[in-house]
Design a binder for this molecule. Structure first.
Ligand SMILES: CN1CCN(C(=O)c2nonc2N)CC1
Length: 246
C-alpha cells in the first residue's frame, strides 16, 4: 500500500510510521507513506497557506493554490492512480467494511485539512471521497488519516502475524470482540472463566462467539440489525439473552 499524505504537519505521522505494527509494516516495505506539504507550495514571502473565508465568519480556510500544487506533487509520486480521500466531519463514517475495501487499493492520497477546512473547489476538483472518523471536530485531518492508515495497514497480507490476526478483531465479523484474559488465573479475587482454562477448543470457540454476540447485543444492538446470523449464532445469542434475564 502506498499512501501520499497532504499535510502541514508531516512530522505528526511518526506516531504511525515509527511505532508498532504500522511502523514494522513501513520497515518491511508493506506500507509506504510519502508527504506533500502545502507550505512548500506557497510562493509568497510569508509562505501563506490560509486566508479569510468569503462571506465572513470565524477562522481561516486553506488556500486553493498551495493545496492544488501539493496534491499534484503527491499524485505524481503515486505508483498507480490514487484514490483521493479528504478527512472531514462531512464525510461518510469510516467503518471496518470501508477499511476492508480501502485495503484492496494500491495507492491512496489522504488530504488533511487544517483551520476551518479547505476551499470547496478543491473538494470538487480533486477529492474522490470524504471520510469522517467520527461525529466530533478535530484540529485537523492528520489524526483521522492516521486512524484510517492504521486500520487499513492491519489488513495488508503479512502485516499481522498469526499471533495477532485481524480475523479475530472486533468488527471483522461485524460484531464486537469477546472478553480476553491472560495470566494470572486469579487476580483480586477474580478468576479467569474456567472454559478458557479447559483446553477444549470447541467449547472455547463457542464461549467466545457467545460473548461477542452478547456483548454486541448489550452495547451496540444496531450492529446486529444488518447481520444474518447462522443457526448456531442465533442459538448462542438467545442463550446469552436468557442468561441476562435470569
Ligand atoms: C478541517 N478539519 C476539521 C476537523 N476534522 C475532523 O474533525 C475530522 N476529520 O476526520 N473526521 C473528522 N471528524 C478534519 C478536517
Amino acid at each position: 500500500m502506498w499512501a501520499g499524505v497532504v499535510t502541514l504537519f508531516p512530522e505528526m505521522f511518526t506516531a504511525l510510521t515509527g511505532h508498532g505494527v504500522t511502523g514494522r509494516a513501513v520497515k518491511r516495505g508493506q506500507l509506504t507513506v510519502e508527504y506533500s506539504n502545502p507550505r512548500d507550495h506557497a510562493h509568497d514571502r510569508h509562505r501563506t497557506v490560509d486566508d479569510r473565508p468569503f462571506g465572513g465568519g470565524p477562522g481561516m480556510l486553506m488556500k486553493v493554490e498551495p493545496l492544488l500544487e501539493a496534491i499534484a506533487a503527491i499524485r505524481a509520486k503515486a505508483p498507480s492512480p490514487p484514490r483521493v480521500i479528504y478527512l472531514s466531519p462531512q464525510g461518510q463514517p469510516l467503518t471496518q467494511k470501508r477499511v476492508v475495501e480501502l485495503a484492496q487499493l494500491d495507492s491512496l492520497v489522504l488530504l488533511c485539512g487544517r483551520y476551518e477546512g479547505i476551499d470547496e473547489r478543491i473538494v470538487e476538483m480533486c477529492v474522490d471521497e470524504e471520510i469522517s472518523i467520527g461525529d466530533y471536530v478535530l484540529s485537523g485531518g492528520e489524526l483521522g488519516a492516521m486512524v484510517l492508515l492504521d486500520a487499513v495497514t492491519r489488513l495488508i497480507p503479512g502485516v499481522l502475524g498469526h499471533a495477532d490476526s485481524a480475523v479475530e478483531d472486533s468488527f471483522s465479523e461485524g460484531w464486537l470482540d469477546c472478553p480476553h484474559y491472560t495470566r494470572p488465573e486469579e487476580f483480586a479475587g477474580q478468576r479467569v472463566p474456567e472454559v478458557l482454562l479447559s483446553g477444549n477448543h470447541e467449547l472455547i470457540r463457542r464461549w467466545r462467539l457467545k460473548q461477542s454476540l452478547g456483548r454486541t447485543w448489550l452495547r451496540r444492538p444496531e450492529l446486529l440489525e444488518g447481520l444474518t446470523l447462522s443457526k448456531e449464532q442465533q442459538q448462542l445469542l438467545a442463550e446469552f439473552i436468557c442468561e441476562q434475564e435470569t
